[in-house]
Design a protein around this ligand. Structure first.
Ligand code: SF4
Length: 715
């Protein structure tokens, strides 16, 4: 016995000697807050244990949500792709990088020769770093010379971006720093579920509430965010524009207009006022199904507040009239003169980790870096000079993300490179997209995992995760943030930017892509953005290692711009624009065959198409499958019990998910999260109607019907 104890003590002491702990700084890869953390690796002999420890920064202030705490689980997952894979006879086999890159170059050359230069397209993502998003745009325009590049951010921020550009002359998600939120006396959260989508932002609203703020939440569901609200407006899905018009009408009728602000800082008020005179509150109530007294209370609370903030997000924007809905809210903000001051402003809360930076530097079909326009002669000249090409060599604008899929189906696009995205799950009417993709002559996908899109590819390239890829992202506040690499890359994994440079070399365009580090790419991005709306010239890696910098930041001594539009808006005359927009009834209405509204969104434990979060055991355990939230009375009407499998049918097809009773959702509405593939993939049935202004799909409303799935075992 004594001997055994002695031995145990000996081995424990030895183990202690061999145990070690390392910690590396990084940043959560998921939402737009970009919380910072340390990944701590404990090694005890051969065993390794990891944990995420939040670290401080001025946005998340030392907070981390469930997703950030467990993000490393997917990055360390055994299903990570470690070598390039080529499909041979329907099965993936390992190939060497050299073979893979040669094959890509060969296929690009042959497709462009056979079908035209625009037949090879590029599809990017809002989670790529700024450097990679920038380089992807340059790669498409300079190495491929194709006009067809777009990205999944089209599904995220396009309505708000287009509306803010047209109204303010500039699109940055928030006009104010987050620290302004507690200064507001009224806060309107329209179509945004911060509590589940950006949880570490909630303390800003808690603090505002402690300071006495009146919080209004506009959402068809009583979400976790709505639980915080003093007033919840459970509008009918897809009627956000009408609701904002109703609020504007009350402001006008009850004298809440800031006339000096309107006169000195805006144009178009007289036309807007005239248009609003014809608006009837009864019509607004009929459209939105929100009682007039609640609309009036919301408008009065907003109008009376000395300082107030309106924030929107995808709930309002992912509509066939998402652009109009954002513009109508901006009309409200301008009429009340509540922007450009501490505690007063407007914002659209960015979804993806780099949803902001990813849309500024050229991944979008019509944009060049620094928010320049690909159709503007001066902008083309400037970017061509930075890239060392003739302006005429730059292609013109292409089409939006979903329209690229339609072109694939039509045989106009026959080759595609997908980087940092999973359109087979994230697109609307996704079953159509999966079918269209199979028509491609060549599909190459760069991903960490064999995603649903990668499964369809001819070639899959393994890329680094957030833990391994140094670079910058621009967060919800418009702050550029540096994310250091915390670990070495596993296997033969490459960074996305390395892959683009390597393909360019194979195509004989290597001289335009001489980069050996992310910092070198960033320095070219700074130059390309110089003088543009999103001016990063003054932001350097050296500076970012010390601080997060708000753009615009035009020179290295500039402090950055936390609050926009304090004196001028970004249009040449310095004034903001009111918009007169008629109601655009959505095409897809309910009827006797499809009597319910289907709306979609996120849940706390998952992110986008779930490629990463579904592979995190902790997150997957939290919610392993899609569910349909349905009001108990609606469920009973269709014979659906709690936890029962439900078939949801729309005019495009069907999905099967389990029911979850929720008595805080409208009885005419069902909600399904969009993070899953397979039978429960709700995007297989969502609407592909596109907003005419920004080409945002109408994810948030289509007509649906439900029925319990018959238990075959009992028949
Ligand atoms: Fe922060 Fe968003 Fe990551 Fe959560 S998901 S830890 S809120 S960055």
């Amino acid at each position: 016995m004594a001997m055994t104890n002695e031995l145990l003590r000996y081995f424990r002491a030895k183990e202690k000697e061999r145990a070690s702990e390392t910690a590396a700084a990084t940043q959560c890869p998921f939402c737009s807050v970009q919380c910072t953390l340390q990944l701590v690796e404990e090694r005890i002999v051969e065993r390794r244990r990891y944990k995420a420890v939040p670290t401080d920064n001025p946005t998340s202030n030392g907070r981390l949500c469930l997703k950030g705490m467990n993000a490393h689980q997917h990055a360390l997952h055994p299903e990570r792709l470690l070598v390039p894979l080529a499909k041979v006879d329907g099965r993936f086999v390992r190939v060497r990088w050299e073979e893979a890159l040669s094959l890509i170059a060969e296929r690009i050359i042959s497709i462009q020769k056979e079908d035209g230069v625009d037949a090879f397209a590029v599809y990017g993502g809002g989670s790529l770093t700024n450097e990679e998003a920038y380089l992807l745009g340059k790669f498409a325009r300079v190495a491929l010379k194709t006009r067809h590049i777009d990205y999944n951010g089209r599904f995220c921020m396009s309505a708000a971006a287009a509306a803010m550009n047209d109204a303010f002359g500039l699109d940055r998600g928030l006009t104010n720093p987050l620290s302004d939120i507690p200064l507001a006396q009224t806060i309107i959260l329209a179509g945004t579920n911060v509590a589940e989508c950006q949880p570490t932002l909630m303390p800003y609203f808690d603090e505002a509430k402690k300071n006495g703020a009146f919080i209004i939440v506009v959402d068809p569901r009583e979400t976790k965010t709505a639980a915080l609200a003093d007033l919840h407006l459970p509008l009918k899905p897809g009627t956000d524009a009408a609701l904002a018009v109703g609020i504007g009408k009350v402001l006008l009728d009850e004298g809440y207009i800031d006339e000096a602000f309107v006169r000195e800082r805006t144009v178009g008020f007289a036309e807007w006022k005239q248009h609003m005179e014809a608006v009837e509150m009864d019509e607004i109530v009929r459209l939105t199904d929100v009682p007039a007294e609640k609309i009036r209370l919301a408008a009065r609370k907003y109008g009376e507040a000395a300082e107030a903030i309106v924030l929107t997000a995808r709930g309002l924007e992912q509509q066939a009239d998402g652009y109009a809905a954002v513009r109508q809210w901006i009309n409200v903000v301008l009429a009340a003169g509540k922007v450009g001051r501490p505690g007063s402003g407007f914002g659209s809360i960015t979804g993806q980790g780099n949803g902001q930076g990813g849309r500024e530097h050229g991944q979008k079909a019509d944009q060049l870096p620094g928010y320049r326009s690909i159709e503007h002669p001066q902008h083309r000249r400037y970017i061509a000079s930075v890239w060392g090409v003739a302006p005429d060599e730059l292609p013109r604008k292409g089409v939006s993300a979903y329209e690229m899929m339609q072109k694939i189906e039509a045989g106009e696009i026959t080759g595609l490179l997908v980087m940092g995205s999973n359109p087979v799950v994230s697109s609307p009417n996704a079953a159509f997209v999966a079918k269209a993709m199979q028509k491609l002559k060549f599909l190459v996908v760069a991903d960490m995992f064999l995603s649903e899109t990668a499964e369809l590819a001819d070639l899959v390239l393994p890329v680094s995760s957030y833990l391994e890829d140094e670079g910058t992202v621009t967060n919800v506040e418009g702050r550029v943030c540096f994310r250091p690499a915390a670990r070495k890359r596993p296997g033969e994994v490459k960074h996305d930017w390395e892959i683009l440079c390597a393909i360019a070399h194979k195509l004989g365009k290597g001289r335009f892509f001489p980069f050996t580090s992310a910092e070198e790419i960033f320095n070219e991005l700074r130059l390309a953005s110089r003088g543009g709306k999103a001016d990063y010239y003054g932001v350097t890696y050296e500076r970012l290692r010390r601080e997060r910098v708000y753009w615009p930041c035009p020179d290295p001594h500039h402090p950055g711009t936390p609050r926009l539009f304090t004196e001028r808006f970004a249009h040449p005359d310095g004034k903001a624009r009111f918009a007169v927009l008629p109601f655009r009834p959505e095409k897809e209405e309910t009827d006797e065959w499809y009597p319910l509204y289907l709306t979609t969104g996120r849940v706390l434990a998952h992110y986008l198409s779930g490629t990463q979060t579904r592979r995190s055991p902790a997150l997957s355990a939290r919610q392993p499958e899609a569910v349909v939230e349905i009001h108990p009375r609606t469920a009973k009407r269709y014979g659906i019990g709690p936890g029962m499998l439900v078939r949801i049918e729309t005019r495009r097809g069907a999905a099967v998910v389990r029911s979850r009773y929720n008595d805080q959702i409208r009885e005419d509405t069902i909600f399904v999260p969009f993070h899953w593939s397979g039978l429960g993939q709700i995007n297989n049935v969502t609407s592909d109607e596109l907003d005419p202004h920004c080409r945002m799909p109408a994810f948030k409303r289509c007509a649906a019907r439900v029925r319990p799935v018959v238990d075959l075992g009992r028949n």
